[in-house]
Structures are given as structure tokens and as C-alpha cells.
Ligand binder design. Structure first.
Ligand code: NAD
Length: 433
């Protein structure tokens, strides 16, 4: 066991998500009264793989992309986590995302560990054939470390059910038979789950509802603004609208739109579904991300990228609830500013856990080869989200801390109990947990 102080690992975190997550782990281990050795167990993924993915482009040239898969910890079950295609993917980002996945599964009490994958690529630069080749080649390269009992990938930024279908097809070809439990977020026809596409957004809105109850906010009179209108953002907007919340602003990579009386979300969903971008939606004003963050809304939902709520953007935020639908959208400096203002933050590892929860249901259905109706998926998702919110909220009340720290403590507590059951922790006094 390493003996050096946790602080030495994390002296300057700037906006590196791996350093940020290590700092939060270290603080939470201390706050739970656990030995520092727990931090040293949790701080590193158990396995990381880097792969090279050469792709022949349409013009005959070869471009070699870099991909990663990080598996953080499998003491609760096989690793599980999405695959991201994005130009700003880094090894540290993938490691951080795999740690967040471990914590997320632990908070929800799923029998899964944390994994994550990423490829450094802008999918906009690829045509359909090149994208398919990249997806198939990435999965070939990581085949030795994945599988339904080892590590189960899923979609994340810029990866879709179609991409999951190419990936599982490639894996099945290599193995010689159909193994539906390899990947979740698949099209329903080949073993995907009802309700998976909307699951993350549905979960986000369940947590917003629980937070609003705790704060005595009437959702039918509330307003919201969202950054990102992809898988998570669009489903979140849909369920907010259905709950009576007025969504006044939305941004995506193309720009942003604002309407004081509330955007017509069903029309916007249809417009985006036809392949359009937010900036081209008519009859509303345009707005930048910075302006959107500063709106006098009740609920602000970052559902796009990391490091969006920073020392620069946080001071102007007026929302009472910040629901972190994206992973890692708030820097430690941004978080401090929001906490000082008394903003109620629903932290990412709780807020967006609906995705992994229904991915877990998909994997269970694949294993049983028996498929559930959507009502059952949504009902079980709701039960798990409410129970997790309650666990985190109770920890916040008991320890007198903020929701983020409480979520880390709930996740770490669950992992530590599994570590102890496996004999990794010999003499630790866990009675206070
Ligand atoms: P996506 O690719 O479907 O959508 C991303 C959205 O972000 C797009 O609308 C894009 O235009 C927008 N965006 C990109 N850059 C932007 C910018 N500078 N300003 C405003 N908008 C911008 O991805 P997704 O699956 O919706 O994932 C979004 C976030 O949610 C990520 O952090 C991801 O890790 C997290 N998440 C996703 C899932 C899931 O099930 N898909 C589950 C948990 C967490």
C-alpha cells in the first residue's frame, strides 16, 4: 500500500477530471472517517487499455485514431460504462469517467463496477462507412477485456444505438455466436430494452422532482434552461415539459434559443428529430451558453460537456436547482461558488444514473432472454432513483454536507462494504458506516 499523502496526488487539479475526482474521493474518505488506504485503493482504475485504430479514409489516406477503455473496480460486479467519440477525449477523462461509473452503480446499489471508453475523434469528420469501420475496429481492439461477465459497454456522447449494433455485430462475429449481453443501449430488435433511450433524461427529471419536493418548489410553476439537446438533454426537456415545467432556453453545439413564455418542446423535438439543429429553430431569440447560464430560472441543467460551470460562469447563475445531467459539468471552483450561494446541486453521479440503471435492466433481460414491457422498466427505474435520492439526501442531512459530498460518501460506503466482504480490508473499523 502506498504511504504518501493523498494531497500529493492532487496538488493542482485545474480542470483535469481525473484530478478532480481524486480530490473528491480523498475528501469523502476522510469525512467518512475511513483510513487513507481506502483512497489509495479507489483512486486508480484496475485496468486501462489504449488502442490504435487505423481507418482508411474515402480519399485513400489512412488516419490512425486512439481509443481507450478504463475499468475502475469490479468488486460489485462486471464493469459497465459508455463509449464516447469526441475530439477532446483524454486518458485522464476516461479514467475519471470510469470512477464515476463505479460510484454511480454503488449509489444505485447495482451489481456492477465502473468502466468507460473513448475514442479521440470528431465523428463529424467521418462519413457513415468510416464511422462504422471505426466503431467495429475499436470493439475488435478491446475484445480481450470486454464481455457480459467482464465489462459491458454502452452509448455516451456521439454514440448511438446504431453504433452499438455495429459493435455487437463485430463482437458476435469474432466469438462466433450471438451474445446480446455484451453491450447495452442496442436497438430493441436485437435485444435492447424498452425505455433505455429515454432512461437518463427520465432519471434526471425524477431527481429534479425529488429535489423540488425537498425545497418546496412547485414544478408546475417552475422554469428551466438546458445546455445540450442530445440523448440526455432532449429526453430531459421532454419529461420536464410533461411535468409542467416551462423550458425557456436550450443550447447545443450550433447555438442556443430562448423564449420567455417557454419553448414549444414537442415541436422542437420533432424539428431536431428531422435532422435540424437548435440554432435554426424559428420564433425565438438566440442565446449563448453564458447568457443561458445566467437566466433567472428555477432549474439549470448542464447536459452536454464537462467543465461548464466554472469560476467564470458560476457567479451569474441564479437557478435554485442545478441538475447535473452531464458528467463532470462543474469544476471545484464553480461548485464552491454555487455552494456559497446555497444552490441545491443534484450531482452527476446521482442525477444521470438512470442510464446505467436501465442498461442494467437491459443486461438482466439479455441474460434471462426474457423481455419486459416499458411500464415495468419505468416503474423499476423510478423506484431505484427515488431510493438513491433518499440515501444521498439522508447522508447530506446526517453529515451536514452538500449533496455532492453526500453522493460520494454513499457510493464509497457501498464499495467499502464490498471490499471488506472480499477481505481487502482486514482491520478497518467500519462500524460508523
Ligand atoms: P449526445 O452526443 O447525444 O449529446 C450531446 C449534446 O451536447 C448535443 O446536443 C451537442 O450539440 C451538445 N453540445 C456539445 N457541445 C456543446 C456546447 N459547446 N454547448 C452546448 N451544447 C453542446 O450525448 P449524450 O448522450 O446526451 O450525453 C451528454 C452528457 O450526458 C455527457 O456528459 C454524457 O457523459 C452524459 N451521460 C449520458 C448518458 C447516456 O445514457 N447517453 C448517461 C449518463 C450520462
Amino acid at each position: 500500500m502506498e504511504k504518501h499523502k493523498a494531497e500529493a496526488d492532487i496538488a493542482t487539479h485545474d480542470q483535469n477530471p481525473y484530478k478532480i475526482v481524486k480530490q473528491l474521493l480523498s475528501e469523502s474518505v476522510k469525512q467518512l472517517g475511513l483510513d487513507e488506504s481506502i483512497y489509495h485503493i479507489l483512486k486508480k482504475p484496475m485496468r486501462v487499455m489504449e488502442v490504435s485504430i487505423p481507418i482508411r479514409k474515402e480519399d485513400g489516406s489512412v488516419e490512425n485514431y486512439t481509443g481507450y477503455r478504463s475499468q475502475h473496480l469490479d468488486v460489485l460486479g462486471p464493469c459497465k460504462g459508455g463509449i464516447r467519440f469526441h475530439p477532446s477525449v483524454t486518458l485522464d477523462e476516461v479514467k475519471a469517467l470510469s470512477i464515476w461509473m463505479s460510484l454511480k452503480s454503488a449509489i444505485i446499489e447495482l451489481p456492477l463496477g465502473g468502466g468507460k471508453g473513448g475514442v479521440i475523434v470528431n465523428p463529424e469528420d467521418l462519413n457513415q462507412r468510416e464511422l462504422e469501420e471505426l466503431s467495429r475496429s475499436y470493439i475488435r481492439k478491446i475484445t480481450p477485456v470486454i464481455g457480459p461477465e467482464k465489462d459491458i459497454p454502452a452509448p455516451d456522447m456521439n454514440t448511438t444505438p446504431e453504433i452499438m449494433a455495429w459493435m455487437i455485430d463485430e463482437y458476435d462475429k469474432l466469438r462466433g455466436y450471438n451474445i446480446p449481453g455484451l453491450i447495452t443501449g442496442k436497438p430493441i430488435i436485437i435485444g435492447g430494452s424498452e425505455g433505455r433511450l429515454d432512461a437518463t433524461g427520465r432519471g434526471v427529471v425524477i431527481h429534479i422532482r425529488e429535489a423540488a419536493n425537498a425545497l418546496n418548489i412547485d414544478l408546475s410553476r417552475a422554469t428551466a434552461a438546458l445546455q445540450g439537446f442530445g440523448n440526455v438533454g432532449s429526453a430531459t426537456a421532454k419529461f420536464l415539459h410533461e411535468s409542467g415545467v416551462k423550458v425557456v432556453a436550450v443550447t447545443d453545439v450550433s447555438g442556443g434559443i430562448y423564449k420567455e413564455d417557454g419553448l414549444n418542446i414537442p415541436a422542437l423535438l420533432e424539428f431536431i428529430g428531422e435532422g435540424n439543429v437548435i440554432a435554426d429553430f424559428k420564433e425565438c431569440e438566440s442565446i449563448t451558453n453564458e447568457e443561458m447560464f445566467a437566466l433567472p430560472v428555477d432549474i439549470l441543467i448542464p447536459a452536454a460537456l464537462e467543465n461548464q460551470i466554472t469560476s467564470e460562469t458560476a457567479p451569474s447563475i441564479q437557478a435554485k436547482i442545478v441538475a447535473e445531467a452531464a458528467n463532470g459539468p462543474t469544476t471545484p471552483e464553480g461548485n464552491k461558488i454555487l455552494e456559497e450561494k446555497g444552490t441545491f446541486i443534484i450531482p452527476d453521479i446521482l442525477c444521470n444514473a438512470g442510464g446505467v440503471t436501465v442498461s442494467y435492466f437491459e443486461w438482466v433481460q439479455n441474460t434471462m432472454n426474457y423481455y419486459w414491457k416499458e411500464d415495468r422498466v419505468n416503474k423499476e427505474l423510478e423506484e431505484k432513483m427515488i431510493a438513491a435520492f433518499k440515501r444521498v439526501y439522508e447522508m447530506k442531512e446526517n453529515k451536514g454536507c452538500e449533496m455532492r459530498q453526500a453522493a460520494y460518501m454513499v457510493g464509497i460506503r457501498h464499495l467499502v462494504l464490498a471490499l471488506q466482504a472480499r477481505g481487502w480490508i482486514q482491520n478497518g473499523d467500519l462500524s460508523k458506516l
